[in-house]
Design a protein around this ligand. Sequence first.
Ligand code: NAP
Length: 281
Amino acid sequence: MATDIPLVTLPSGESVPKLGQGTWRMGESRRARKEEVAALRLGLDLGMTLIDTAEMYADGSAEEVVAEAVAGRRDEVFIVSKVLPENSTRAGTIKACERSLKRLKTDRIELYLLHWRGRPALEETLAGFEALLDAGAIRYWGVSNFDVSDMEELFALKGGPACASNQVLYNLRRRGIEAGLLPWSREHGMPIMAYSPIEQGRLLRDRALALIAGRHGVTPAQVAIAFVLRQRDMLVIPKAGSETHVRENRAALDIALSHEDLAEFDRAFPPPKGPRPLELL
Ligand code: NAP
């Protein structure tokens, strides 16, 4: 099976597949579980071996779905999980990670993110991440939903520049980071991980997207994902709960968007004219 997914290099020099798999809304229903596990496993077969999850998703049940999907093939997978801001003191981060490891039925999380900024000082969370690194419970740490000012604050702290990635909202309708956070991250050699590439399905009804998809003989979801994938150093994590969607999303890598397509996108979804506050979902 084709597993030739382009790679993105983390600041450590390790490379991970550019196209991974999200898991928000997984683990919410017993009935859907078998299909969700099968979808994630097919994604792994197709080379989408980075799986993003979080303690928040289905109150931990999404992590249990991931555990089932990676059973017997754990070493192939790069797991990303997240600590909730309310747990992000030093001790709270460590305890949250221990709970996630239990649900994930594993001894390490490859990349552990602060889900968004909360009350605890960043130094606290960093101290928790560093203890987890020392214990071998996580391999890298990073952040999510951090704007440029948050990143600057983080990078000014001792150990802050070790941040491996910032996971943020980016898709055709949410292009704000192109004028601020994306160039900042590039300057600092840290890849962005883009979430909600198809705006949780809401982009699929867009007319401009449908037109371009029709021209390529593919689906609007595939074109929306291809638009995000075109950023050379960006990780992309669409969530798909069915094997059909997983296959489609994997095939988005084969779409070559033309200058004409990109110009049409710029008309339908104008890029930012200047810095804008980071949008959250
Ligand atoms: P998304 O990936 O943009 O969209 C997921 C939705 O699109 C699901 O309803 C899915 O349906 C549908 N879909 C997927 N592939 C499709 C296809 N080929 N054709 C038609 N529909 C398709 O949204 P997301 O789940 O919000 O974002 C992706 C991941 O990013 C999340 O799962 C999560 O891991 C992460 N995330 C992180 C944050 C954060 O704050 N850090 C926030 C949001 C998301 P089916 O399930 O039926 O396939």
